[in-house]
Design a protein around this ligand. Structure first.
Ligand code: GDP
Length: 183
């Protein structure tokens, strides 16, 4: 723009939602990314709805406000307010529980119904540390992501594999979607 006050950097703030069946690891992905913490017996934390994380893209501070369902999905009660204004989404399943992969289509449909803008979406196969009891082959995850036009990554919130990368790919894609429209 050129007319910014001195010292005032350009800033962006985007909402990102994490969706998927109960116990696939949504809260732990968020706590691993935002606080580098993992909890073996985690319970949905009432009252904590989102965490804000910043990253630097092209010298600009890009903040993501990342929302966790806080257990709402157990009661099939993820509300439209949860999705409202989201520019990015992580659709999570558990590679050791096929039913959670089978439900991805339903989550995707719900996301598409409620979103009113271009949403950067990543399919996330979490718990890849549980390879010995895997029920969903990597190829199936990749194939679904390709068919639906989603990014894809297997992650482990437990050992931190790909967690940061997954969130950052989504945030970068949002930034690129938004800047393409503005410029
Ligand atoms: P949410 O209901 O989707 O938010 O799932 P949680 O984050 O509460 O995790 C559900 C359970 O899965 C908890 O017992 C976690 O410790 C466990 N969990 C989460 N992520 C991983 C992971 O990457 N690997 C393994 N082995 N367990 C995980």
């Amino acid at each position: 723009m050129g007319d910014e006050a001195e010292g005032e950097a350009e800033e962006y703030l985007f909402k990102v939602v994490i969706i998927g069946d109960s116990a696939v690891g949504k809260s732990n992905l968020l706590s691993r990314y935002a606080r580098n913490e993992f909890n073996l017996h985690s319970k949905a934390t009432i009252g904590v709805e989102f965490q804000t994380q910043s990253m630097d893209i092209d010298g600009k501070e890009v903040k993501a406000q990342i929302w966790d369902t806080a257990g709402q999905e157990r009661f099939r009660a993820v509300t439209s307010a949860y999705y409202r204004g989201a520019f990015g989404a992580l659709l999570v399943y558990d590679i050791s529980r096929r039913s959670t992969f089978d439900n991805v289509g339903r989550w995707l449909q719900e996301l598409n119904t409620h979103s009113d803008t271009t949403v950067a979406k990543m399919l996330v196969g979490n718990k890849c540390d549980l390879d010995n009891i895997r029920e969903v082959p990597v190829e199936e995850g990749k194939a679904l992501a390709e068919a639906e036009g989603l990014f894809f990554m297997e992650t482990s919130a437990l050992d931190a594999t790909n967690v940061k990368t997954a969130f950052e790919i989504v945030i970068k894609e949002i930034y690129s979607n938004v800047s393409r429209k503005i410029l």
